[in-house]
Design a protein around this ligand. Sequence first.
Ligand SMILES: Cc1ncc(COP(=O)(O)O)c(C=O)c1O
Length: 446
Amino acid sequence: MAPCNDGEGKMAEGKNEYPSNELMVARRDAACPTGLPSKSGIYADRAQGAELWDIEGKRYIDFIAGIGVLNVGHRHPKVQEAIKAQLDKVVHTCFGVAQYESYVELAERLNALVPASEPMKTMFMNTGSEATEHVCKFARRITGRPGLISFEGAFHGRTLLATALTGKAVPYKTGFGPLPSDVYHAPYPNEYKGMTAQMALNCLHAIFETSIRPEDVAGIIIEPVQGEGGFIPAPNEFLQGLRDICTRHGIMFIADEVQTGFARTGSMFAIEKSGIEPDFLVCAKSIAGGLPLSAVIGKASLFDKIEAGGMGSTYGGNPVACAAALAVLDVIEEEGLIQRAEEIGAKIEARWTELQNGVAKGVFGDVRRVGAMAAVECVTDGNAHQPNPEAAAAIQAKARELGLIFLTAGKKGQVIRTHVPLVISDALLDEGLDVFSDAVKAVLKA
Ligand SMILES: Cc1ncc(COP(=O)(O)O)c(C=O)c1O
């Protein structure tokens, strides 16, 4: 669609509401704070599946999916149908005021999906941050202990305790203190950088000796695959070691599956691959096909130690979001998206490995994936310890120009990551990967 700017930035009648991306950037800059991330300058008009069109009519293949929110793609017909049907019935009551079946049904289904050999219970909130914040509050209440341990490079959200848990200072923590106390950060294993599972476990033991006794720790919260940290998987051996430590010392093992959940990693939840059972699991993002919903799922025997009134949320588990989430679970099952995540990941890996051995030699340091959670770490001269965020940014910018969007991650922004909607067709995935290769060639051959 051609821009329909009347020259004064006013909306032309009967035309697209927003005249151009450029004009919207100016309006955004005047109306919204600088600190709010919205650098892309792509103003969305419509989206479907794994494609997005901006208000100027430019089409993008979408490997971001709302930052891992749309595992079932934009506007999946089944999810749309469920949302519309719910809108005609009831939009909001607050579960504390008048209850509804969909909340309970969704809790039942999630309880059955989390790896557990004892009964589980679920409560709903709205965002990932809210869920990570609350689960840590719950762990303190249940154990009567103050300490929390999270990991370097972790991202758990932007509310105050979630910010404290997050393991990256700039920009998340800078100037926002004082942050809640009794939060400690342990090194996260990273085989590519030489931090083995055993070394990371040793570091945790050192923290117990130097900073906080295990008897004073309420919970350890971990992303089984770090998301914002750069798609770094924790080896099973590490997660198992962590589980042993938690069991031995009565510490809550909390899996943050906000980014990894709902088939992304080739299993419903990434923690399944390790064979361990968490005490609590938090999820959000892809749970409800784009509507705001998060969940804390935990062992009933622990959860029920918190008395009535000790938790709640005005909007949490809103009927429309619950209806969408039930449809999302159906779609994952009916369309075999767990299996599909593996196929998508394998295709991406194959294409990126070709580049790594060819034009991107020395720049694509590590191609890694868990299911469809695929990333490539850009480095200089093949050196794992020399991040190359400039290459990642240049490839990202070129791809965007060519009609493909994806995000970067990692401590320095050196990691290219993909959240390909799992409903993508092979043809569209190939097209996206072709554009990716073209962008890499254009940047690295230049
Ligand atoms: C692992 C993880 N935890 C928590 C959060 C915070 O979620 P939200 O942005 O919904 O508050 C995120 C967001 O990216 C995340 O990736």
